[in-house]
Design a protein around this ligand. Structure first.
Ligand SMILES: NC(=O)c1ccc[n+]([C@@H]2O[C@H](COP(=O)([O-])OP(=O)(O)OC[C@H]3O[C@@H](n4cnc5c(N)ncnc54)[C@H](OP(=O)(O)O)[C@@H]3O)[C@@H](O)[C@H]2O)c1
Length: 278
């Protein structure tokens, strides 16, 4: 997908030293401290929209609001809503109507559903009282969008470009961009992170690595999903910075795009050829 057709997308997450984002029973755990809390609040305040998967809503019930009054006031002075647009990726409209993300704080909300959700008109109508319900692909059958948006191209085993009844993330991002969203902060979880990354829809990843071990082979990690097969489509990152923050480390990564990797492969190929000629 052309970068200009979607917002700048960045993921922020906190992991344990062993790469888990929550405990094995998928319960939210305090991984970072006060300094990181402030950093995340500032990231939220500087974003046009914040996105999560419905798994995170069901597990953690986050409000995704900007906590500091001064930051909300600064947004208001700039003519923005106190809180960024909050977006839940939720194919089947499973977000509870009393979820914090729908009930707490001012601002607009979008529940992005797939065509499958329309089967339950009552639930969609209930959510429609508190949020805009946006249908984004996902008729249930595998769609051509899955290939177009990269999961199959990148060698990922699955990933959900709207096939299999999931929300078509490429379509959703394009629609957010059309509505003026330029900076989109993604706050998890593991399944949504995989779909976005495997479809080439992420620009940067910020990871706070905390000073604890959570363990558990079924505990969610930064990126779960089907995973890449060896050699095909593995996503490369460029380290932008690594700094100590509180009792942990903040890593900032840039995602190297497929286009950039092609160029490097092309250069390596011609260097090898001219080396052979010499
Ligand atoms: N430490 C951190 O920074 C952090 C941050 C956030 C979350 N978490 C943790 O992460 C866990 C939740 O992660 P999760 O992986 O279970 O859930 P998730 O990634 O938040 O949500 C995944 C769900 O989104 C829906 N979805 C719809 N279309 C999709 C698409 N195209 N691609 C991917 N998902 C799509 C699917 O449910 P439907 O099919 O029903 O639509 C899917 O199961 C919790 O334990 C939470 O505590 C940690």
């Amino acid at each position: 997908m052309e970068k200009s057709l979607r917002p700048f997308v960045f993921i922020n997450a906190a992991t344990s030293a062993d790469g888990k984002i929550s405990t094995v029973e998928r319960r939210q755990t305090r991984i970072s401290g006060k300094e990181d809390f402030e950093r995340v609040d500032s990231l939220r305040a500087g974003s046009d929209a914040i996105m999560v998967g419905v798994g995170t809503v069901l597990a953690d019930d986050p409000s995704l609001t900007v906590k500091a009054g001064a930051r909300r006031a600064a947004r208001a002075r700039a003519g923005k809503d106190a809180n960024p647009l909050r977006v839940v990726v939720d194919s089947r409209a499973r977000t509870p109507p009393n979820a914090e993300v729908l009930c707490k704080g001012e601002g607009r909300r979008i529940i992005a559903v797939s065509e499958l959700a329309n089967a339950d008109g009552e639930r969609v109508a209930e959510l429609g009282k508190r949020a805009e319900v946006l249908v984004c692909g996902g008729s249930g059958a595998a769609e051509s969008g899955a290939v177009e948006s990269g999961a199959a191209e990148s060698g990922a085993a699955g990933g959900g470009g709207g096939g299999g009844g999931k929300v078509d993330l490429g379509k959703l991002l394009a629609r957010l961009r059309q509505r003026g969203v330029e900076r989109l902060l993604v706050e998890g979880g593991a399944t949504l992170n995989w779909s976005l990354i495997s479809q080439g829809l992420v620009d940067e990843i910020f990871v706070y690595v905390g000073n604890l071990i959570l363990g558990g082979e079924d505990a969610p990690t930064l990126v779960d999903g089907a995973g890449f097969v060896a050699g095909a489509g593995v996503v490369k990152l460029e380290l932008l910075s690594a700094e100590r923050l509180g009792e942990g480390v903040l890593l900032k990564w840039r995602v190297v795009s497929e286009g950039e990797r092609e160029k490097v492969r092309g250069k390596e190929g011609s260097a090898a050829q001219s080396g052979r000629k010499a």
